[in-house]
Design a protein around this ligand. Sequence first.
Ligand code: ATP
Length: 240
Amino acid sequence: MNEAILALANVESAYGPVKAIRGVSLTVAEGRIVTVLGSNGAGKTTILKTISGIIDPRKGSIRFRGEDITAHEPSEVVRRGLSHVPEGREVFPLLSVHDNLLMGAYTRRDRDGVARDMETVFGYFPILRERARQDAGLLSGGQQQMLAIARAILAGPALILLDEPSLGLSPRLTKEIFEIVVRINRERGTTILLVEQNANMALNVADHGYVLENGRIVMEDTCERLREKDDIKEFYLGMK
Ligand code: ATP
């Protein structure tokens, strides 16, 4: 078992009176792909926002690389090596593709490393090199997803939080993006915490999975075993 790079203990987050996650504990082993599955509104996005400091938890603690990062500022969390690819991509539409990528690297001082990572992401997503001078707002949904992932890599993270990369994409594009996610994990050693409604896809690429229902973890197992449990798919994930 690899060491845990990220550990949540009894984390609770709420929006005013609405409790979105209720005592979530989970660990992410270094170098792995871990997925959190759950239907719409289960609390997946809230978990990621709480980890990256966008939402302060009401209770519980979050440790990253052995240090407490509970309720730290998002910029501080990025500096420690954690990048968040938000749901809906959130690229800067009026900046060029190239400038969006540089925004990802704004906390870094190692110019050579940034230049190397720029080449790497252009290798993963050649379309971004072709479109480097265009405004990001002109890209298709799939290309914006590629840009959001590439921008996260430019921060040089040890861990990437990936929120529903398949949202709104065709099955073909979804497959393409997941293949790159696996390559990022295997080739760069980057740990990935992936939140998905597309359980089939996520269970195929991840090593370990958690199933979230109404803000609580109701099941945890290796993805190999989760894939075999048809009842989970039916009851918790709305799949037949
Ligand atoms: P989705 O796939 O729709 O994003 P999710 O599993 O990521 O679903 P969350 O977005 O984390 O779920 O939402 C969890 C709960 O918190 C839901 O009941 C949702 O309605 C509520 N919620 C989310 N954002 C807000 C907000 N800004 N204000 C109030 N309630 C919110």
